[in-house]
Design a protein around this ligand. Sequence first.
Ligand SMILES: [Mg+2]
Length: 225
Amino acid sequence: MAAADAADPTRQLVLGVDLDGVCGDHTEAFRRVVATDRGLDPSTLPDQTTWTFAEWGLDDEAFLELHRRGVLEHRMFRSMPAMPDVAETLWRLSDAGVWIRLITHRLYANWGHAVAVGDTVAWLDDVGIPYRDLCFLGDKPEIEADLYIDDAPHNVEALRAAGNEVIVFDQPYNRHLDGLRARSWREVEELVLEHLISAGYSVQQQFTGLDDGAARVRGALRGSK
Ligand SMILES: [Mg+2]
C-alpha cells in the first residue's frame, strides 16, 4: 500500500490471515479423520508433502468425501489444534495497530455451511484469536488487505500475480515458493512489524501485564476480564 496512506495516523495496516494451515493445523485434524476411517494409528500416516494429500492415497473424490465427514461428523473445524503462539501473536499485532482480517475458503463445498461457519467462530473464540473481519470466500483469494499470510501455493501465487505482498506460512507442500516465508508465528510477527515500520505505519506498544493476551476473548465471554 502507498506510503502516503500509511502516514495517515488513523490508517491501519490490514493483515489478511488464512485459517487452515496457518492459524489451525489442518493437516493434523484431517490426519485424525483419515486414520479413524481406516482404523489406523494417526502417526502411521506420513507428512503431508503435496497439496492434494496424494501421499495418503486419496484422489479428489475420496478427499472430498472424507473431508465432508471430517467437517460434519468429526467436527474437525471445532476441534482442530491451533498453531503454536497464534493467538498471542495476533493479539500483540492487534495491539500494535494491525487490523486482523481472517480469510477462509471453508465454504468450497455445497453442503454443511451452518456447521462449517458455526464451528469456525466457536473455535476462534476457544483459541482466543482476535479479528475485525471474518471472510468466507470462494475461489477469489483477494480481500483488499495490505499484507497476506497463506499456506496454499495456488493462493500465494494468485495473490502475488495480482500485485499483493504475501508471507508464505511454511508447510512441506509449499517449499517450492520463494519470497517472504515464516516458519512460526514468532517469525510472522517479526515480518509484519518490519513491514509496518518500512511502510511508515505508527507502531503502538502493548502494555505488558495489563491484559492476558489471548485469554481476553475467553475472559470477555465469561463477563470477567
Ligand atoms: Mg490455508
